[in-house]
Each structure stands twice: as C-alpha cells, then as structure tokens.
Design a protein around this ligand. Structure first.
Ligand SMILES: Cc1cc2nc3c(=O)[nH]c(=O)nc-3n(C[C@H](O)[C@H](O)[C@H](O)COP(=O)(O)OP(=O)(O)OC[C@H]3O[C@@H](n4cnc5c(N)ncnc54)[C@H](O)[C@@H]3O)c2cc1C
Length: 408
C-alpha cells in the first residue's frame, strides 16, 4: 500500500504468518468469530473484529499481536491475508517519519534527553513506534472522557489524570511515548501557543483496554521554577477541561524511551511527580500481561514531598509485592528525615547494582530536571560500593539502549 492522503485511518488486527504455528487457539478463542483459516494462513476479518483482544493472551507465539494502521476504507482483505508469507511493511503515512518531527518538538526532546546525550536507540525488543502522525496543521481531535484529581484536595500540587478518546482516529502509542497538546489561543506576540509535550500514562491498548483512548498525568503549573506565581498555559488548559471538551493533539512522538518486550526483561524505574506517567504506562502493560508469566522484575523508586502529593499512590499500594518492588521517598514528612529517590537507591545498593549490571534490565528516569544529578550520583555510589565505576558503566548502558532519561 502506498502513502495516503488525508484519509481516515484505523488499526487492523493481523496475524504474522511467519510466526504463527497454526494451532487454532485464536480461532477457537475469538468471541465474535472474526478469525478464520485455510490450509495456508490464519486471518482476521476487519469487518468483524471488534479489537476485543480476547485472542491475544492465549496465542502461544505472539503471532497474533499485530496491528497495522490502514486507511479505514481500504483494509487488507481476507484474500490478501491468505496469500501472505510475511506481514507487509506498515504503510507509510502522510506525515509519519521521525525526520519530519517539527523542530520545536525536536528541541524539547533534545533538552529532555540531554542527560543521556540526546535521543538514543530503543531497547532491541521494543515495538516499532508510530511518530508524527498528526501535525499542527492537521491535529487529531480528541474528546475528554475523564479528568480527576490524583492528589489530595488539601495538597498543594494539583496533579490530574486526564483521559482523551480519539474516537475513530488512529492514534497508536507505546508506553514511554509523548503526545503534544495545542492549547487554544495566542501568545503575547500574536502567534498560536506552542505545542506542550506530555507523556502517555496508559499502555498501548488504551487506558481502558480495547478503547481508543490515552491517559495523561498533568500537573497544574501555578508557580514557576523559582516559586513565583504564574499560570502555565498548557497545564491549566488541560486541568480545567470538562468531560466532552475537544482537544487538538499532535504526535505521537518518541522513538527511544520505549520498553523492552522480550520475556525476562526487567525495568528499573525512577521518577518524581508527573514523571510517573511513563512508569504507570509500563507497569500497567506488564500487569495486564502478568498471566503470560513472561518473567522479569519491576523495581520502582518514586519520590514526592508527601504521600498525598504522589499520583497513583492508592493503586500502587494495591499491586502485589511479587509483581513490583516499590520504594517511596518522601521529602516533607513531619516525623521523618527528608528522603529523596537517590537516598532510597543507596538503601538498595545491592539490588540496584545487580540490575544495573544485568543486560536484561532497562533503566528509566523521568521527572523534573532537578532530580537527575542526584540519581546519577547515587548510581556512582552504588557502583563504587561494588568496586565498579559508573563512568565506565554508563557508556555500556547507553550502547545497549539500557539507560533512558527524560527530564523537563
Ligand atoms: C518530554 C516531555 C514530557 C513531559 N511530560 C509531562 C507530563 O507527563 N506531565 C506534565 O504535567 N508535564 C509534562 N511535561 C512538561 C509540559 O510539557 C509543560 O512544560 C508543562 O505542563 C508546563 O507547561 P505550561 O504551558 O503549563 O507552562 P508555560 O506556560 O509553558 O510556563 C509557565 C511558566 O512555568 C514554568 N514551568 C514550566 N513547567 C514547569 C513545571 N513543571 N514546574 C514549574 N514551573 C514550570 C515555565 O518556565 C514558565 O516560567 C513534559 C515535558 C517534556 C519535554
């Protein structure tokens, strides 16, 4: 299929014939009978499939786990799929290449990833991300379907969980990607407000599985970095949105801060505040696939001033201890000394060193710029305690795409 014009896109569920072992599990599982086969291939009928994903977990090979973006009016037919030996290459969309990411978004990304020397390669087993499908001249229009406060009403930080629904517009995202929001109105020089980037906080199959929606974790900016009162344009616009409001969205962006997919891969996640958004997405992806027993550990360091200001504190506390190892750090508890994520990393020196030196462990850092230096110093100490050298280890982590930093 060739590049397409301004058509309506959809995600088409496909089965990879190269990987499929023709075990019939998917056809037997599909509740709407969208899957059929001949002597050659198992195929999915686009007109019948409701993307319920019931077939995905039971598939023993993962051949079933493919969604290609197609022009909605021109999906792959059953005859086409039955003739395949391999999946076709994903279609080239009108505006879909990393090279075409707008310069202002590229600049923000470069600043955010400065701590690792700029954007890097993704983990070798990461899924292929779509980038830059929607531009400022042609944004996707999403509908707000959720907006609730994550932090306690009394807490000074107003952090919100906002759910955007894309209706029939294809907006495929992977955990760790960002999207851009275009706040309405003009800036002081009479130009449209520039794009604001936000990390996706939900897994690839939607905030609600099988819905075409995405969650964001937004902090209302009401003081600037120096503590002066200010009303942040993008964050206040988002935090004040009502259910049913429409939002212009661009992106998705990001082709390196992605999670590994191979069984046995572990994640070390370090975040503060809204830096929890990509960690929530990755954790939720792993939680939804837990029954597959793919293995791999999750180690989380999460910092806030007090528990009341920690987004997703309640749901995190409910996760099983053998699923995720959570280490909170609170810096403003009246009865305890100030503790930051770097202190908790030092407390777990053996575990952290083991994971830093495990080629199957991928390290993610996200939050305000200020957290980065302390975490890197803690890694340096962890290495030193174990007779190793962070300055020698860091380039190895980067070369293996095992260290991912996004701070803003
Ligand atoms: C890769 C990336 C991912 C991001 N992900 C998220 C996310 O998941 N959730 C989220 O809430 N934000 C996230 N941000 C930050 C977001 O893009 C905006 O910068 C933020 O919402 C502030 O925008 P604003 O329009 O409200 O403030 P502006 O109107 O742009 O700025 C108002 C003033 O506030 C200052 N300011 C800007 N941001 C902050 C801040 N965080 N704290 C204190 N002062 C600030 C500015 O310097 C300026 O002086 C991310 C940024 C990047 C680069």
């Amino acid at each position: 299929m060739a590049a397409v014009g301004s058509a309506e896109y959809a995600l088409q569920h496909l089965i990879d014939p190269e990987v499929c072992i023709r075990c019939n599990t998917c056809e037997a599982t599909c509740p709407v009978h969208a899957i059929t086969h001949d002597s050659r291939n198992y195929v999915v009928d686009f007109a019948v499939c409701n993307n319920c994903n019931a077939c995905v977990a039971p598939c023993p090979t993962g051949a079933i786990d493919h969604w290609h973006q197609v022009v909605k009016a021109m999906p792959y037919t059953l005859d086409e799929q039955l003739s395949w030996d391999n999946l076709p290459a994903p279609i080239e969309l009108e505006v879909g290449s990393q090279a075409e990411v707008p310069s202002d978004v590229r600049a923000l990304t470069e600043i955010a990833t400065a701590g690792q020397g700029g954007p890097s390669a993704p983990p070798w087993s990461a899924s292929h991300p779509y980038v830059n499908l929607y531009s400022q001249g042609r944004p996707a229009v999403a509908t707000v379907t959720g907006n609730y406060r994550l932090t306690d009403e009394g807490a000074s930080a107003d952090i919100r969980h906002i759910v955007l629904d894309f209706g029939t517009a294809a907006f495929p995202v992977l955990e760790g990607q960002t999207l851009g929001v275009l706040p309405p109105g003009m800036d002081d020089s009479g130009r449209p407000h520039h794009v604001r980037l936000y990390s996706v906080a939900s897994p690839r199959d939607g905030e609600r599985p099988r819905y075409n929606n995405v969650a964001l974790t937004i902090k209302r900016v009401n003081v600037d970095h120096d503590g002066k009162p200010v009303l942040g344009i993008g964050s206040n616009y988002l935090c004040d949105l009502k259910i049913g409001d429409k939002v212009n969205v661009v992106g998705p962006y990001g082709a390196s801060y992605l999670m590994p997919n191979h069984p046995g891969s572990s994640l070390m996640m370090i975040c503060t505040g809204t830096g929890s958004a990509p960690m929530r997405a990755m954790t939720e992806r792993r939680r939804r696939r837990r029954a597959l027993k793919e293995g791999g550990e999750l180690l989380l360091f999460f910092g806030a001033r007090v528990p009341e200001e920690l987004p997703y504190f309640g749901p995190l506390m409910k996760l099983p201890k053998d699923f995720i190892d959570i280490n909170f750090a609170f810096s403003r508890l009246s009865d305890q000394p100030k503790t930051y994520v770097q202190d908790r990393i030092r407390d777990r020196v053996d575990k952290v060193f083991q994971m830093l030196t495990d080629d199957n462990c991928y390290v993610y850092l996200c939050g305000l710029k200020g957290m980065e230096a302390g975490v890197i110093e803690a890694f340096r100490d962890v290495c030193r305690t174990n007779g190793s050298d962070w300055d020698a280890l860091k380039p190895q982590l980067l070369a293996k795409s095992r260290l991912h930093i996004e701070t803003y």
